[in-house]
Design a protein around this ligand. Structure first.
Ligand code: DO4
Ligand code: MG
Length: 280
């Protein structure tokens, strides 16, 4: 089942997506639905099936949830840690260190304020010359760190700002339109093995393919439950929050994002998250 949100008569409501159509779930957004499924002790997919209207609308998914918090995990793929050490030029090899160590890198990526759905623009900040797409599998949390579902994310990041100094990481990661989520959420109980997904990313400029890369999530070096366990330590992250599991696709300098580019991240089991790029 593909779940998400639509805009209907000026309101954002949850919906089930089938055959290119959306069946609205009246009086609920995705966050309401996740919370209600937990209170009722029901799988998200069966509650959604019960509540969805029979009448289908010809509407596309918008941002699939308004996450109270979004958290990012980093250096969870070897490609990400080795690239970042080389780029950063640090003697310490801090990215490799984090890749090896039991404690993962976890950073705050923002709130719903910085998130956009499929079809909307992701942002380049004016003080960055090298902003990169970071295609990632994302986990939608229920309460107490339970996994409610999975979606796709673009952890758009100003790599030149991150590279200048590690202490600038929050500025490279958090700004308007820095996080794309979607197109839909697949409930956890219906999701296949998250460690065997083929993910691809294509960047198109002026109608031509500028970059194409792929990764299989079997290369993810951390268990998702370990990432969530560290995240939740003394940190009561609320239901509906989203965890980005890190990127395994590293774009080269030549694929630094420019206004007008189109970035598409695809996992067949979830769909395609497509965003245009704009200066913010
Ligand atoms: O510390 C850098 C951020 C790493 C990251 O976002 C990733 O590996 O996906
Ligand atoms: Mg990332």
């Amino acid at each position: 089942m593909r779940l998400g949100q639509i805009k209907l008569e000026g309101a954002t409501v949850a919906a089930v997506f089938e055959d290119g159509m959306a069946r609205p779930i009246p009086a609920h957004n995705m966050l309401d639905l996740i919370k209600r499924a937990e209170v009722q002790g029901e799988p998200l997919s069966s509650l959604a099936a019960q509540l969805a209207s029979r009448h289908a609308e010809s509407l596309q998914p918008v941002l699939p949830i308004y996450p109270p918090e979004v958290w990012g995990c980093g250096c969870t793929y070897e490609a990400s840690s080795s690239f970042r050490d080389a780029e950063h030029g640090t003697r310490e090899g801090m990215y490799a260190h984090v890749y090896r160590e039991p404690r993962p890198e976890i950073f705050f990526k923002g709130t719903a304020r910085v998130c956009v759905g499929s079809g909307k623009s992701i942002g380049i900040r004016p003080d960055s010359q090298f902003t990169a797409a970071e295609p990632e599998l994302a986990v939608v949390l229920g309460s107490k760190g339970r996994v409610a579902g999975f979606t796709l994310a673009n952890d758009v990041s100003a790599w030149d700002i991150e590279r200048e100094n590690a202490l600038y990481l929050p500025q490279s990661k958090v700004y308007d339109c820095c996080c794309a989520l979607g197109p839909v959420i697949i409930p956890a109980e219906q999701f296949p093995d998250p460690y065997s997904l083929e993910m691809s990313c294509v960047i198109v400029r002026d109608g031509k393919e500028l970059f194409s890369g792929s990764i299989n999530t079997s290369k993810l070096h951390r268990r998702i439950e370990t990432l969530i366990e560290y995240l939740m330590r003394a940190n009561r992250v609320p239901a509906g929050s989203v965890v980005l599991t890190g990127t395994g696709i590293i774009v080269p300098r030549e694929a630094a994002l420019a206004p007008g580019d189109i970035v598409t991240i695809t996992v067949a089991e979830i769909g395609a998250l497509t965003n245009t790029v704009a200066a913010v």
